[in-house]
Design a protein around this ligand. Sequence first.
Ligand SMILES: NC(=O)c1ccc[n+]([C@@H]2O[C@H](COP(=O)([O-])OP(=O)(O)OC[C@H]3O[C@@H](n4cnc5c(N)ncnc54)[C@H](OP(=O)(O)O)[C@@H]3O)[C@@H](O)[C@H]2O)c1
Length: 429
Amino acid sequence: MSDTPVVRVGLLGCGHVGGALLQLLTGHADDIERRTGLRLEVTHVAVRSVAKERSVVVPEGLLTTDAAAVATSPDVDVVVEVIGGIEPARELLLSALKAGKPVVTGNKELLANVGTELFEAAAGSGVDLLFEAAVGGGIPLIRPLRESLAGERINRVMGIVNGTTNYILTRMTEAGAGYVEALTEAQGLGFAERDPTADVEGYDAAAKAAILASIAFGVKVVAGDVYREGISNITAADIDFAHRMGYVVKLLAVAEAVGDEVAVRVHPAMIPSTHPLASVRESFNAVFIEGEAVGEVMLYGRGAGGMPTASAVLGDLIDAAHNLTAGGPGRTAPLARASIRPIDELSSQYYLNIEVADRPGVLANVARVFGEHGVSIRSMEQEGLGDEARLIFITHTARERDVQATLAGLRELEAVDRIGTLLRVIGPE
Ligand SMILES: NC(=O)c1ccc[n+]([C@@H]2O[C@H](COP(=O)([O-])OP(=O)(O)OC[C@H]3O[C@@H](n4cnc5c(N)ncnc54)[C@H](OP(=O)(O)O)[C@@H]3O)[C@@H](O)[C@H]2O)c1
């Protein structure tokens, strides 16, 4: 009999990610043993329905619907949660952690909303709670940020962390598609859910932004701290204008150190077409890190999909198994609550388009409103629309609060028919 230590795995969920993980654990078992000196053996697989047909072969006798029993089972050393959602995942993981079992999860919703409770339970039992797959799917992000860049002073982390919206914006940019057309295409290809709200309104990216900010700055940030806007108001005209000015429109998750505070936000932004993030197309994800000593680092890859995500889960599982056999968790210092800088106090350049009556004096009135709020205009373009005109502005760097006051002032002008998209513009003036 082999004397290789065996680490027994309780798998909660066997869908896209769980099924792919089972395949990797079977197919890569010898490589894992050779490289780590450990054998990972799945002892239970909890699912919602045992009868359901699966694309992966689950060894006889492993499937069960009793996830709670798996989470605390005496023949499970490490629990992997790939069910998703908050309940019952939260209850299951709390009971596993309290029973002294390390946990691996890919559940961003859970971590961004009730992560504190789970981290406290992990710290209380002195076990690992690892979650590489929760942000950027298969891209190693959490470990590089937490370990390789542990001594780095990070100024900003800026990422494309939602594949659905990046696919939609890529189609709008490259095929000239409108928002609805691009969304419908993404749904047809399986890149967008039938109810796309979580993706297109930025909720999914906000959960990931909270996790990234927590890791990058070593403070506790929750989903509710993240300012959020989605992409559903972006028009083909915005994309076209951005293109003409040398920009690309992307949905960005931005976490920034501002003095002793942290600013975390998700919104569409115009980035220079020469910026590395501008070349991240279709459903790919990437995170661009700016550190004081290291300079700029970009991590790029598949942000979703069963196999890429399972690859990240497997890396965590091996780490947790290694720590368990070596006698202790990795570094899991408890985090203090972040002090959040509100969006109102941040500054950026802005793109704004408005539709106005095309008659003398209107432009002067519009310019006066900008001036009254101290927002200085960097460039202005005018397009004729029959009796109306579309005015497109790019501002110099201005405070969000002043820009919002400008919008309120513009809405009061009788000649302004419609306030269109407001986008932050990233990059030098
Ligand atoms: N898919 C991705 O590309 C991706 C990327 C990054 C992160 N993630 C995260 O990974 C997690 C799993 O995603 P997924 O795409 O693999 O989901 P999925 O395909 O919907 O699989 C969910 C699994 O959980 C099982 N399940 C649901 N409720 C359960 C319960 N009460 N008790 C026991 N098992 C239960 C389901 O059982 P049945 O099979 O019997 O229905 C299914 O096997 C989520 O947190 C997701 O956010 C996924």
